[in-house]
Design a protein around this ligand. Sequence first.
Ligand code: GLU
Ligand code: MG
Length: 455
Amino acid sequence: MDLETVLEIIREKNIESVRFQICDLNGIMRGRAAILGNIEKALDRGLTMNMGTMDFTSFDQFAFGNKYGVQSEDFTITPDFNTFSVLPYASKSARVLCDLYTHDGKEWECCPRLMLKRLVKNYHELGYFPQVGFETEYYVLEELEDGTYAPANYAEKEGHGLIFAMSGQDEWEEFYRTYCKTLVQMGIDATVVTKEGGPAQMEVNIHHYPPVKAADNQITFMDVARELARQFGYRATFLPKPFQHLFGSGMHVHLSLYDLDGKNLFYDPNDPKGYNLSEKMYYFMNGLLKHANAITAVGACTVNSYKRLLPHTWSPVNNTWGINNRSTLIRIPLDAKEQSMRLEFRSPDPSCNVYLVLAAILACGLKGIEEETEPPEPIQEDASDLSEEELTHRDAAMLPRTLFEALEDLKKDKVIKEAFGTTIFEEFIKVKMTEWITYREYVTDWERRMYMRTF
Ligand code: GLU
Ligand code: MG
């Protein structure tokens, strides 16, 4: 799409406000809106924002040691017209996703979307064309009288909390139908809706795409879910573990690799191991396994993320792989035929920046292809049950157990540092370490309840 086409749509649909959206290091959608007479100029020249925006934590606190702050200059948010879309749920409004440039028109080193685009270009130069599909889970909540939130329609009705149970579907019908229809209107083909393991926990499957488009779709998918849930009187939360006793919400990343002619490079019917996996797939996978902790730091990057990654919760706790095994970090879906042969990377959750996690996965996978090393044998039992000794024996290890541990591993990861560039890499770690420190120093009700009487 070019500027003229966009302006035509704006005139035709009588659009009065265009949201210029960007994704910060946390994955939070930030931006500005151009209104009425200013829309054309803003689309043509972009809008500006302060560089300090990229050094905020998820709770809008400046990262300790931040490179950018109130004294920093502005960057330009430049619309990518291909992402222009009228918002079916907001009156006379449209949105466009933006890339970040410096005031003199150079790609800004702290733009996650441009960084991912550059990495994908490297792939193309090597003749590799990745495809990505996200499988995202989230809870739909309702506000209770005391101001707290609980899974919607759950508290007072039995049966609706059952794993994958369709009971209670009628209460959801209108919400999820409108939700999926809205996504389709915005060009995102939502196909299957699953009532996930938790009460009022949903999963919506969307089609796979090249990485940048898949990431664009993903942030749109989350934005629309939040907005529509609000319009239906609910609240959508992508927090990885909103409730201690209920299933967490993951954001599994499905990835496959094709050549220019569309041949799936992860598939090989002559695999001597009998899994139909190509050498490239094994090498790629081993790249991910070797960098599992650091990728996990990027994809599971809130304090809360590590309360999801627990044994026997269908989420991974160690850097293992398996055929159709939902307890391992990497799952090879059993149903994957020649063209759909892919791997599923399971530690990320939807509280991350999708551009960053894809870049981390693609960089480490490519490193694996370069290094040509084979992964250990697949794990076919429940990987949660493996002790640390058994893991060592099988050439595997535990994933980080806290955000702090994960970030310490990320700090040492040269492959991800090179892919991100020093600025994104360092500012991301600062932002997330600030969240960790803020949490570590916070005295909670749990401590008062459990310790106060004793000490
Ligand atoms: N909810 C699980 C997670 O946190 C995943 C369940 C599934 O396999 O779909 O990753
Ligand atoms: Mg699921």
